[in-house]
Design a protein around this ligand. Structure first.
Ligand code: NDP
Length: 281
């Protein structure tokens, strides 16, 4: 087998990245397309982030993904941001363009591609649970896609308000905050409910504290949690006959966008999905 060259490496930089399915998906898809590329999973402590990015430059990495807790702190280490990444204020994907490193955010785009398979968000009233990195990316893409309203429900009112202020300042979609205390009752006129919190990660029985009340039959419920895909929220909503989306579609779609940006090749998304499903069981 030929040795990989330094130009053929991408990497995931973050903390506690051991259980992340992206490396598995990427390597299977590189092989499927006959690319002798490598995708590394690298633990990087916050104080070492600058050195890690300089290392990516020095070693000629084609690009990489950035995950917790580096999505926001990585910004000053890059040369340029896409409009989406600048609006969101966070980067999860780096692309090398010549000598420069471009920061992109594919989390929200991956989510949107998945959602569009079920419903067009244009003109829809959205309730978004959470205000962390994933929620921010999703909120911006939903706003850019023409969502009618976005109600952010978040435990930390300060974090929630900061997302709402940013949405109202930078997009045309009106956003408002509901501080999350006890069970949140989803308003009857909601079209799309998104769980963008970390509740349910590695815990199939974790309950998202919401009550669906008299929700409309057309309500779409999406969960960002990919592991396990059948979260309690997804299962309960399916039992009610609602349309649901799990987090696997989002992770596959955002990986497909990264693959395309780095290699210039349209990936076989089915290969990616099968790899992701195999990984998360
Ligand atoms: P953050 O840590 O940035 O944000 C976590 C969010 O969850 C915050 O809004 C936090 O509220 C909320 N939260 C956590 N625990 C609770 C709780 N017990 N009750 C109420 N709210 C809670 O994480 P990320 O946004 O980066 O990631 C969130 C999840 O999204 C992760 O589990 C990750 O696996 C998943 N994800 C999935 C992707 C995919 O492709 N499928 C891509 C990216 C992320 P507060 O602000 O009050 O702390």
């Amino acid at each position: 087998m030929s040795q990989p060259t330094l130009q053929e490496i991408c990497a995931l930089l973050g903390q506690a990245v051991a259980g992340n399915p992206t490396q598995y998906m990427m390597e299977k898809t590189f092989a499927h397309h006959g690319l002798d590329w490598r995708y590394l999973t690298l633990e990087v402590a916050p104080e070492d982030l600058g050195d890690a990015i300089r290392g990516m430059r020095a070693m000629g990495f084609r690009g990489g993904n950035i995950t917790k807790p580096h999505k926001v702190p990585v910004v000053p280490h890059l040369d340029r941001l896409t409009d989406a990444a600048a609006g969101i204020g966070a980067v999860n994907c780096i692309i090398r363009e010549g000598d420069t490193l471009l920061g992109e955010n594919t989390d929200g785009k991956g989510f949107l591609e998945s959602l569009r398979g079920v419903v067009d968000p244009q003109g829809k009233r959205v309730v978004l649970l959470g205000a962390g990195g994933a929620a921010r990316a999703i909120a911006f893409e939903l706003a850019l896609a023409g969502a009618a309203t976005i109600t952010v429900v978040n435990r930390s009112a300060e974090r929630g308000q900061s997302l709402v202020d940013r949405l109202n300042e930078k997009t045309k979609t009106p956003a408002s905050l509901v501080p999350w205390v006890g069970d949140f009752t989803v308003p009857e006129d909601t079209d799309v409910l998104v769980n963008a919190t970390s509740i349910g990660l590695n815990d199939a029985e974790a309950r998202v504290p919401v009550k669906l009340g008299q929700s409309r039959p057309a309500l779409v419920v999406a969960d960002v949690i990919a592991s396990p895909p059948a979260t309690r929220l997804v299962r309960k909503c399916k039992e009610r006959g609602l349309r649901t989306l799990d987090g696997v579609g989002m992770i596959v779609n955002q990986a497909a966008i990264g693959f395309r940006l780095w290699t210039g090749i349209e990936p076989d998304v089915q290969v990616m999905r099968e790899a992701a499903e195999e990984f998360v069981g």
